[in-house]
Design a protein around this ligand. Structure first.
Ligand code: CUA
Length: 187
């Protein structure tokens, strides 16, 4: 091999190594971009760690939001859980009954599109998003009736979508709850 050929071979090796490094660095950059994109899309499209999900397609058929499980329930610790769903264009239950002066947990979701659950005269304003369970803890000081309109535009029937929250005396509520597993004030 002449000195010239040797030199040429050396250049070829150098060029090959350089190409390899270039390919590798493009791959690394590509991998990082891919990871960043994946994390971004994942965070945007997936629920956060502690968020609960529900399947709008099977909401009525099984699980927590089956119709017979909707309404108010007394928990072993004395608090009350209210389960409700919103759908075009009503809330179920249409009338929610809760005791005054008691920790209340609302658990609600949507069977179709995004609805809003607003309880007038309180600061309660929950978004009901299909696929997710909205959880809100609150309490009501005194017996009262509150109108509960939907406050997210959800279609042509939006204006007519509303329910009611009836806050009753705690003892009266517990008496009612003794006879029934889930309470509502729907006539
Ligand atoms: Cu439901 Cu607006």
């Amino acid at each position: 091999m002449s000195a010239e050929e040797n030199h040429g071979a050396g250049e070829a090796v150098a060029a090959r190594i350089e190409r390899r490094w270039a390919t590798l660095s493009i791959a690394v950059v590509g991998l990082l971009v891919g990871m960043a994109a994946f994390i971004g899309i994942h965070q945007a499209s997936m629920p956060q760690g502690h968020v609960e999900t529900s399947d709008p397609r099977t909401l009525h058929l099984s699980g927590e939001f089956i119709e017979s499980n909707l309404g108010s329930q007394v928990e072993p610790d004395g608090s009350v859980t209210v389960r409700a769903i919103g759908q075009q264009y009503s809330f179920t239950p249409q009338c929610v009954v809760v005791p005054a002066d008691t920790p209340i947990t609302f658990r609600a979701t949507s069977a179709d599109v995004v609805h809003g659950l607003l309880i007038e005269g309180t600061n309660i304003n929950i978004m009901l998003v299909p696929g997710y369970v909205s959880v809100l803890q609150t309490s009501f000081k005194a017996p009262a009736e509150h109108v509960m309109p939907c406050q997210e535009f959800c279609g042509p029937g939006h204006q007519g979508m509303w329910g009611k929250v009836k806050v009753v005396d705690k003892t009266a509520f517990l008496n009612m709850a003794a006879a029934r597993r889930r309470l509502t004030c729907v006539d």
